[in-house]
Design a protein around this ligand. Structure first.
Ligand code: EPS
Length: 391
């Protein structure tokens, strides 16, 4: 089983990610991991912390001669802003953060809760996800994440953009300041962020991750906890400040009749060798997943991030010591972190796909995974050829 855990505090010595069950023989190009870490620090509207940090990952274990060994991999992202011991205790919980709930639950005061629940921890998730992408890369699976709205600025990509290759989409996205696929609306989005910042406020938004060239049959219908849509939802809903996740057309499907909600199955002889194995769909409303299993179509995950709760113009709160009405505490904040969040979503989604690959095709080595993927496709092709489905 491919899994990961993180450790570390926002102003502690650093953030660690322990990746367990990573197959042997995957070339580990740290530039890819560092590239994603640097992207996570970027995007319009980021706060002061990102001018202090230059995130890069060190691999402390599990690598030999530039490739994974099949043993646990410990990634370490050092914090330059290490000052945990000298950070002041806080008594004015910020609504929307874990300040109140965590300090009541753990009896620790706000500081320890804030330090661990900070989105700084997503550096560890991105490092683990980017590592998983090195495995996906070997199987030609690609993930692209982008911002679909900033506050109420709609950045839905044009249909034509979505027919482009993943690298063309990345090129469009990386030329924008908010990491969207709408360069024509980039200025409108940055203006909205500027306006929120000026008002001492913050903005959330919507992000999308698309996974291309996904093999048929990842995940399972057989047990709720192994359904791939459920796992993706867990991974994404667990990102700081995320409040909603949908797969494919998600909530939209609740408002249309069944005749307009599904993806009809057609046969295309010429696409037998594609990931769809010849079963073509004119639409992809299901977002590539039916009954918890991939159907060879691109996976589409969409998620909603609330505005960051740390506000320069703070909300009302109560002092934990005096119980007097006060303004919530403020140290520093990001006016908008939706661009960074799109990088986090992209990488946690990548991790779940890699985990599902390891589960379906065997986990010991890249060579074994490749051979089993080939075997699976060949056995489906044989069944299609001779029509033998054991019926
Ligand atoms: C973040 C680092 C944090 C915050 C932000 C995200 O650094 P600091 O607390 O030193 O400013 O800037 O976290 C939040 C606003 C939050 O709500 O968690 C990062 O590296 O992503």
């Amino acid at each position: 089983m491919l899994t990961y855990q993180t450790a570390g505090e926002s102003h502690g010595k650093g953030i660690a990610a322990l990746v367990d069950g990573f197959p042997a023989g995957v070339p580990l190009d740290l530039n890819v991991v560092d590239g994603e870490l640097r992207r996570r620090q970027g995007g319009y509207g980021r706060g002061g912390r990102q001018t202090i940090e230059t995130d890069a990952a060190e691999i402390l274990t599990g690598v030999l001669h530039g490739a994974s060994m099949g043993s646990p991999i410990l990634l370490w992202v050092k914090n330059r802003d290490y000052k945990l011991e000298s950070m002041p205790e806080l008594t004015r919980p910020r609504p929307g953060h874990g300040d109140l709930t965590g300090s009541v639950k753990y009896g620790t005061g706000i500081r320890p809760i804030l330090e661990r629940s900070s989105a700084r921890e997503t550096a560890g998730r991105v490092a683990a996800g980017a590592l998983a992408r090195l495995l996906l890369r070997e199987l030609e699976i690609e993930v692209v994440g982008y911002v679909e709205s900033v506050g109420d600025v709609d950045l839905t990509p044009c249909a034509e953009t979505l027919t482009q290759t993943p690298s063309e989409m990345r090129e469009i996205r990386d030329a924008t300041q908010v990491f969207s696929l709408r360069p024509d609306l980039d200025e409108e989005a940055t203006r909205a962020i500027d306006a929120a910042k000026e008002a001492g406020d913050t903005l959330g938004g919507v992000v999308v991750a698309r996974v291309f060239n996904v093999p048929f049959g990842l995940g399972t219908h057989a047990q709720w906890s192994s359904k791939l849509d459920g796992r993706l939802a867990q991974a994404v809903a667990a990102i700081q400040a995320f409040k909603g996740v949908e797969i494919g057309d998600g909530f939209k499907l609740a408002r249309v009749p069944g005749s307009q909600a599904h993806d009809e199955i057609l046969w295309n002889e010429n696409q037998r060798d594609a990931r769809t194995l010849g079963f073509v769909r004119p639409t992809n409303r299901a977002g590539g997943i039916e009954a918890g299993m991939t159907n060879g179509q691109p996976i589409v995950v969409r998620a909603a991030m609330k505005p960051i709760p740390t506000l320069r113009k703070p909300l009302r709160s109560v002092d934990l010591v005096t119980k007097e009405p006060v303004e919530a505490s403020f140290e520093r904040s990001d006016a908008c972190a939706i661009s960074a969040a799109s990088v986090v979503v992209e990488n946690v989604v990548a991790f779940e796909i890699a985990a599902a690959i390891v589960e379906k095709f065997g986990g010991d080595s890249l060579e074994e995974i490749k051979a089993r993927l080939k075997l699976f496709n060949e056995s489906v092709a044989t069944r299609l050829e001779n029509g033998n489905w054991n019926v």
